[in-house]
Write a protein that binds this ligand. Structure first.
Ligand code: ZN
Ligand code: ZN
Length: 414
């Protein structure tokens, strides 16, 4: 088995790994680099079969629905089979209706946790993992007598931490090569841990008790763990959770009836002006129908504000200003802090200042702490560990055993 990491040996984002056995090949993830423009077709890695037909390419495997893992897949010939988790595929399809950063695959196949499937000479086994993206997987690849495990993105402190414990107890056996993500290396000292979602829940509860007006939480509509955290905090404080149509559709796409849905008691669905316009323009009234009874209109926001928490994003600021629902309100930044440095954040911060809104930060990482990475590496105990999805590749040898650092674009034997 030969392997070539096209992107990711020294960076987070843009992950793409090509694996060859005999004359057949598969590709794990086709991500957009973090600094890549969405329409940068030129960034698509040079893989035979991506742009022109090639029988050697059997398919691509998408580990999870984060752009840095699927974002360039739209530039691949649509005939190339895409293997992806069912919920992840539905989430990307739902998102594609609202934003160009979603993805709709034409020739897709769903895989399931723990169910091995074959692609030519390759045997692949997905391992469901705890991550900030819903339906995220690590992938075991077996071919030519070798076993390679690609960790994907994972953590041990989210709402599905039992998946991490399961991996520690029963890791993939006899792994020759482990490609392990290291997003948090260099961002958190070894030995320190990230807060759990349960801890965030208590923080939200505290803030919801203290805040006289609406609690406006800026979190990703695709961070399902965080939405569950928010909903639970709302339940505990008697607040109604208001989500927008996009988020309601993402929740529906999970296909999981234990996850809060737009038609549940205690949830209301709001359509910001842009979404209303978009629904009208595209005659997508069907989309609203599951939420008809729970829909809340702008003129009702002011009255419900003291008993509500809204999942929102900066594109909704005008809607809220117009609805005059900001008295006593508070903003919670529930995203990575780095986004606060963006130009777009500047405008948003100015809007908060104008409206006298205080801001709190409640967030935890989507990635394993260094200590959890060490526990994971120890459990898998690979013959060789190859760094991927990290800006701190150079630190791997101090932290893990049998590290073998590769460069982007080079072929090597597994
Ligand atoms: Zn991710
Ligand atoms: Zn990632």
């Amino acid at each position: 088995m030969r392997v070539r990491i096209h992107r990711g040996t020294r960076e987070i984002g843009g992950t793409c790994v090509e694996i060859e056995q005999g004359k057949k090949r598969i590709v794990l993830d086709v991500g957009l680099p973090l600094d890549g423009e969405e329409n940068a077709e030129a960034l698509l890695p040079d893989v035979n079969g991506f742009r022109t037909p090639d029988d050697g390419l059997l398919g691509i495997v998408i580990s999870h629905s984060h752009q840095d893992h699927y974002g360039l897949a739209k530039f691949i010939r649509p005939e190339v089979p895409v293997y992806v988790g069912a919920a992840a595929e539905r989430i990307l399809r739902a998102a594609a209706q609202f934003t160009p950063s979603g993805a709709e695959f034409r020739n897709f196949h769903h895989f399931r946790d723990g169910e091995t499937f074959e692609l030519g000479p390759f045997r692949l086994t997905p391992y469901l993992v705890d991550h900030s993206a819903y339906d995220a997987y690590g992938i075991l690849v077996e071919a030519g007598g070798k076993r390679l495990f690609y960790s994907g993105d994972f953590r041990g402190h989210g709402r599905k931490s039992t998946l991490f414990d399961r991996m520690l107890r029963r890791p993939p056996a006899q792994v020759d090569v482990l490609l392990m993500e290291g997003s948090s290396i260099g961002r958190i000292p070894d030995g320190e841990s990230f807060p759990t979602e349960a801890e965030l829940e208590s923080e939200f509860v505290g803030l919801m008790h203290e805040t006289p007006g609406m609690v406006l939480t800026y979190a990703s509509g695709q961070n399902i763990d965080r939405l569950v955290t928010l909903f639970r905090a709302c339940k505990k404080t008697g607040r109604t959770l208001i989500i927008d149509l996009y988020t309601a559709e993402i929740l529906r796409a999970t296909g999981n009836d234990r996850i809060p849905q737009g038609w549940w008691d205690g949830v209301r669905v709001f359509l910001p002006f842009r979404q209303r316009l978009w629904v009208k323009r595209n005659k997508l009234f069907e989309l609203i129908s599951p939420y008809r009874e729970n829909r809340i209109f702008p003129e009702a926001l002011k009255a419900i504000a003291p008993e509500a928490a809204m999942l929102f994003r900066p594109s909704m600021t005008d809607d809220l200003t117009r609805a005059e629902c900001l008295g006593g309100a508070r903003v919670v930044w529930s995203m990575w802090e780095g986004y606060l440095e963006d130009d777009a954040a500047g405008q948003f911060l100015a809007w908060m200042k104008e409206n006298g809104l205080p801001m709190s930060r409640i967030h935890t990482s989507g990635h394993a702490s260094v200590s959890d990475l060490r526990r994971f590496a120890k459990a898998v105990a690979p013959k060789r560990m190859i760094p991927i999805h990290s800006f701190a590749t150079d630190q791997y040898p101090e932290l893990f055993e049998n590290v073998d650092t590769k460069e982007d674009g080079e072929w090597w034997e597994a």
